[in-house]
Design a protein around this ligand. Structure first.
Ligand code: G4P
Ligand code: NA
Ligand code: NA
Length: 194
């Protein structure tokens, strides 16, 4: 998605060879028109596939899952990172290891909102180590649902996330793929789509 790449070039802050900050339009302040376009782009990439539900993880995946759900006219569900004390119902859970925080936490989804009849598109903001996304894939399997694919807004192609997901047989699509970056420079992987 050329427009997204341009926005990253203009406003992204490359903090190191591995960390990109996009707080002005994606992760803190959200450009709502761009978010809706991102949702339409995911819907068009997976056009022709039946999708009954979009799945993401709180917090930064939510606006893109919502935009994709709007474009597909289906609900979205977000996995929670903390177990609420009010959460009495049965849940699916998966452990996620956070490399940035060096800790493992559980993500969970109520069993009410995902089941064997669902065809799921997973959406998230970043594809990095893939830890969170692998957790979501495990939850989809545990629910007996069908995984249609994974859509990520920004992929850091030099990290292991895509490889891990592809090893699991997952169809992964990202709208901006960073091949390499360093403070002051960024290189995207050439893509066919607009
Ligand atoms: P992931 O590839 O499955 O996302 O897992 P990873 O453990 O690598 O990433 C940990 C968190 O950091 C994730 O957010 C991920 O979206 C975010 N992240 C990874 N790399 C970058 C980066 O270069 N820039 C920014 N802005 N974020 C990055 P999270 O733990 O799910 O938290 P939340 O922000 O969604 O609440
Ligand atoms: Na995220
Ligand atoms: Na994030």
């Amino acid at each position: 998605m050329k427009k997204l790449e341009e926005r990253i070039r203009q406003e992204g802050e490359i903090l190191s060879d591995t960390v990109l900050k996009v707080d002005s339009f994606l992760n803190h302040q959200v450009d709502t028109a761009l978010a809706l376009e991102i949702g339409r782009e995911f819907a068009s990439i997976f056009e022709g596939k039946t999708i009954t539900k979009v799945l993401t993880i709180e917090a930064s995946g939510i606006q893109f899952a919502m935009a994709t759900g709007i474009a597909l006219n289906v609900p979205f569900v977000y996995a929670k990172k903390k177990k609420a004390i009010t959460q009495a119902e049965k849940v699916y859970t998966a452990p996620v290891h956070s490399f940035t925080r060096q800790e493992t936490y559980q993500v969970s989804i109520s069993q009410k909102y995902l089941g064997p009849d669902d065809k799921v598109l997973i959406v998230d903001d970043f594809l990095a180590t893939g830890a969170a996304l692998v957790g979501l894939v495990q939850i989809v399997k545990e629910a007996g649902a069908e995984l249609v694919g994974v859509g990520c807004v920004i992929e850091k192609g030099f990290q292991e996330g895509r490889g891990l997901l592809e090893q699991m047989g997952v169809d992964v699509h990202s709208l901006a793929r960073i091949a390499k970056m360093a403070p002051g420079e960024i290189h995207f992987t050439e893509q066919q789509s607009a």
